[in-house]
Design a protein around this ligand. Structure first.
Ligand SMILES: [Zn+2]
Length: 480
């Protein structure tokens, strides 16, 4: 059997992680560049992955009482300008529509960089009384942010996401919602995407423009850098005041609502690639893989008819339970096909040849561990069900182990710098809370506070930079 040099066409993950990433995106047929700078096309295989991710998250969002809606792509300039911090934060990356055909518009329209402004203006119309609350809406949409440096999925000028926007009658409910969504995201990312995350609160420097505070989920990538996987913002009454969202409470008192917003995007496709991928390409968690099982018939001229018939029979059987692909292309050798499906990260490959037929079995190969077993024909469905579960768990455990091995605590700034230089990963340290220390660390090491730990606020130590006594532990890292 001719093993081709398929995988040799991608850069080594070990030696050139960034190039490896780009190579996998292209070679696994997830996305391609376009003539619009910074904008990618998500190809069918990549889009199939995104659709499965959407489906998993959408189910969780709806199960917690939210409903989907769709708001306009354009935001009048006057609306965007209403929340001062918000507009200041987003102004540098807004794309503007100035003309309709050849006619100059009276007011410029922003192509949404996020939708708080347009949605806030509508909530002020819809919410009148405490009986109208809470409002729990999510939208799946595209977003435009004029980025200078772009990379497929991780940072693109146009990207896809979901953004939730909720309104509540008091501070407690808004905070409860913000944390509820943080946990919805955590379950989704850890269970469905098999990516372990560290959750926490952003420092004021890193929080969402206009938010009271921001919670975040941070994940470790294969190269030791950190990716922000999702955020959930408690907007307090900032946007309610800016957009005049008021209601009459139970005592007929007029009050401003409390709002939240939260989002995750196609960046998470990039996270899946960088967390699970290896030297042979992608490795997809079965839960979201567009193809969970690929069937590859192996035949010689005289066994072709028999093998093909049996393979089609298996396909019909498995299709009832799994997402299945039959690779019956004549123009490629089985070896070529194996490489290609490994590159695409399909969790299980089934090989069906004349010997398998004779033995009433199929040969199954796992993408995550590479091991090969024979499964008796009559045990096929339960055996594969178990395998896919095992793979999902194994991917999570592998990622979890790497995460735990790459969280390092230090109270010594020299050691901190050494870790950033040599190993990356998360660094746990005490921080005095002063922006000056935060900014100086960033300037010297490019490491930022990824989040302030929610769990470990006991004990005290010395600020990693200035040495002042502190009880606040934070996670530092160099981020995408
Ligand atoms: Zn300090």
């Amino acid at each position: 059997m001719k093993e081709t040099g398929f995988v040799k066409e991608i850069a080594s993950q070990e030696e050139a992680f960034s190039q490896w990433y780009i190579d996998v995106v292209k070679k696994a047929d997830l996305a391609d560049y376009t003539s619009v700078k910074g904008c990618m096309v998500i190809k069918p295989y990549g889009y199939g992955l995104w659709e499965n991710m959407q489906h998993c998250l959408d189910r969780r969002i709806k199960a917690t009482g939210h409903k989907n809606a769709y708001f306009p792509l354009f935001i009048p300039e006057s609306l965007l300008k209403k929340e001062a911090e918000h507009v200041e934060g987003f102004a540098p990356e807004v794309a503007w529509v100035t003309h309709g055909g050849s006619e100059k518009l009276e007011e410029r329209l922003a192509v949404r960089p996020t939708s708080e402004a347009i949605i806030g203006s509508l909530y002020s119309k819809w919410i009148k009384s405490w009986r109208d609350l809470p409002v729990l809406i999510n939208q799946w949409a595209n977003i435009v942010r004029w980025e200078k440096v772009t990379r497929p999925f991780l940072r693109t000028t146009e990207f896809l996401w979901q953004e939730g926007h909720t309104a509540h009658k008091n501070r407690e409910e808004a905070e409860e919602e913000t944390l509820k969504i943080l946990n919805v995201y955590k379950d989704y990312i850890e269970t469905d995407l098999a990516i372990p995350v560290i959750i926490g609160r952003k420092s004021d420097n890193e929080k969402f423009a206009g938010a009271m505070h921001t919670y975040t989920l941070e994940a470790l990538m294969g190269d030791g850098k950190i990716l922000q996987a999702g955020t959930s913002h408690n907007l307090g009454q900032n946007f309610a005041q800016a957009f005049d969202i008021r209601f009459l409470d139970e005592n007929q008192q007029e009050q401003y609502v409390w709002t939240t917003s939260w989002g995750t995007s196609t960046r998470l496709v990039g996270a899946i690639i960088m967390v699970h991928g290896d030297e042979r390409g992608l490795k997809l968690p079965p839960q979201v893989a567009p193809t969970q099982i690929v069937l590859v018939p192996i035949f010689f001229d005289k066994s072709k008819k028999e093998v093909m018939e049996k393979t089609r029979e298996y396909k019909r059987l498995l299709e009832e339970k799994f997402r299945v692909e039959l690779d019956d292309r004549d123009s490629y050798t089985p070896g070529w096909k194996f490489n290609e499906w490994e590159m695409k990260g399909v969790p299980v490959r089934l090989e069906i040849g004349p010997r398998d037929l004779a033995e009433k079995q199929v040969t199954a190969v796992r993408r995550d561990k590479g091991n090969k077993i024979a499964i008796p024909e009559n045990e096929l469905v339960p055996a594969l069900e178990k395998w896919l579960n095992d793979i999902q768990n194994n991917l999570y455990i592998q990622a979890r182990t790497r995460l735990e091995e790459n969280i390092r605590f230090t109270e010594n700034y020299e050691e901190f710098k050494e870790i950033i230089k040599e190993k990356l990963g998360f660094i746990k340290a005490y921080w005095c809370g002063d922006e000056l220390c935060e900014n100086q660390i960033k300037a010297e090491t490019k490491a930022t506070i990824r989040c302030i730990s929610l769990e470990e606020q006991q004990g005290k130590g010395k600020c990693i930079f200035c040495g002042k006594e502190s009880t606040t532990q934070v996670y530092f890292g160099r981020a995408y």
